[in-house]
Design a protein around this ligand. Structure first.
Ligand SMILES: Nc1ncnc2c1ncn2[C@@H]1O[C@H](COP(=O)(O)OP(=O)(O)OP(=O)(O)O)[C@@H](O)[C@H]1O
Ligand SMILES: [Mg+2]
Length: 388
């Protein structure tokens, strides 16, 4: 027993020595020897080492060998070898999650995807597979991650999110095995796997010297998209469609475009994000919609959450908040939009033309011209304050 321990210790010491000297090739050979050595005395350890070895070897020798994985329940979440941080974020949501705000065409595409899963047997009886993979493309904060989460909840599956920026920031030599570990884990049981910020690989490729390693990472993903089991769904998300390898692009069953919300969606978003406080802000809806137009859902949500906190604590009135918001946005607008905003403010608030002119930078003459008003002084009473 003591002898055996000493031998394990000696092997460990040798392994550490080689690893710290960054003699990767020697580490690999040594581990291969250890796999053979421990196969009989400690099959579990041998198997584990073999897995690591194959993940490592697969990057130098395409085509990849399939890893035989143990049963799902026995498998813990994969972690980064060095930091021990979990590689995957897990979401297990109830199916009653609120649906994200989605453009009509997008909603249709997703509902088809859900139907396919609900009627998977019917499809199978006709020799058809359900959609297995999709890539979400769009600017930040418009609901890509949120939709992945909702979709998983609708399918009654857990969502695992693999942030590729995090994978890529691990030592380059480890990115490959980290990626493999996460993919292998996700393939074992029905789930939705989201490869978030998949452009991280491409970005890294353009400013890194180790091009070979990155190509192999792309190869790993290419192959996975092709072979993803129909029991699960593989999703990817990116802000940068232009950075995605065309070969990768082609392999997804679906390309789903997320866009910044348009006017009706902005309006809906304002209603949703204000929740019970909508009653109070309802009268500003046109001004809010105008001001938030062109912004992402998450930016809109952030401002409205701030409003709600201020109202809850009584630190500002709704009119103050609106005025401050409009001020912060107005000067960045194009001239015509500033005029439109000025007109809207003139019609829907009791701000004086003087204040509106201050806020929007549009002259009082122009405001008068557009609102077809007499140059009257009737609105002077509540100068400087919004007060509907
Ligand atoms: N379509 C939407 N419907 C409702 N809320 C949304 C929507 N899009 C974004 N939000 C709000 O904004 C937050 C951030 O959205 P999400 O993380 O899904 O954006 P994303 O598109 O994944 O952005 P990124 O590209 O930066 O990862 C969500 O948690 C949600 O509160
Ligand atoms: Mg996201």
């Amino acid at each position: 027993m003591l002898d055996e321990m000493n031998e394990v210790q000696a092997d460990l010491a040798q392994l550490i020595r080689l690893a710290l000297a960054e003699q990767t090739e020697d580490v690999r050979l040594f581990v291969a020897r250890l796999v053979r050595k421990y196969r009989n005395t400690d099959p579990e350890l041998a198997e584990q080492m073999d897995l690591y070895l194959r993940a490592k070897a697969s990057r130098t020798s395409a085509p990849m060998r399939k890893v035989v994985s143990p049963a799902p329940s026995t498998q813990p979440l994969p972690v980064d070898d060095e930091s021990r941080l979990s590689l995957l974020k897990v979401f297990k949501d109830e199916p009653d999650r609120e649906q994200p705000l989605l453009a009509p065409d997008l909603e249709e595409t997703l509902s088809q995807l859900i139907q396919e899963r609900r009627q998977i047997k019917r499809l199978a009886s006709m020799g058809l597979n359900p959609t297995r993979s999709a890539i979400f493309v769009g600017p930040p904060g418009v609901g890509k991650t949120l939709t992945a989460r909702w979709l998983a909840s609708q399918l009654g599956m857990p969502l695992y999110v693999l942030d590729l920026t995090a994978v890529m920031s691990s030592l380059l030599g480890r990115s490959g095995s980290n990626l493999r570990a996460a993919l292998d884990f996700a393939k074992q049981s029905p789930c939705v796997l989201l490869l978030d910020e998949i452009d991280a690989i491409a970005k890294r490729r353009s400013d890194d010297t180790d091009v070979g390693e990155l190509k192999r990472l792309v190869t790993v993903i290419l192959q996975e998209v092709d072979e993803w089991p129909a029991t699960g769904v593989l999703l990817a998300a990116t802000n940068h469609a232009e950075l995605i390898d065309p070969a990768l692009w082609r392999r997804f069953d679906l390309v789903i475009n997320f866009k910044a919300p348009e006017i009706p969606a902005v309006k809906q978003a304002i209603k949703r994000f204000l929740g019970p406080d909508y009653a109070m802000f309802g009268r500003w809806i046109d001004i809010l919609t105008f001001t938030f137009n062109g912004e992402s859902f998450s930016d809109i949500e952030r401002d409205l959450q701030r409003f709600r906190r201020a109202i809850a604590l009584g630190t500002a009135s709704d009119a103050d908040l609106i005025e401050e918001l409009v001020k912060s946005r107005a000067l960045a607008l194009e001239r015509q939009s500033r005029i439109d905003l000025a007109v809207l403010l003139a019609k829907q608030t009791r701000l004086s033309q003087h204040s509106i002119s201050d806020i929007t930078g549009v002259s009082r003459d122009t405001i008068r011209k557009y609102t077809n008003e007499q140059p009257a002084a009737a609105k002077k009473t509540s100068k400087g304050k919004l007060n509907a």
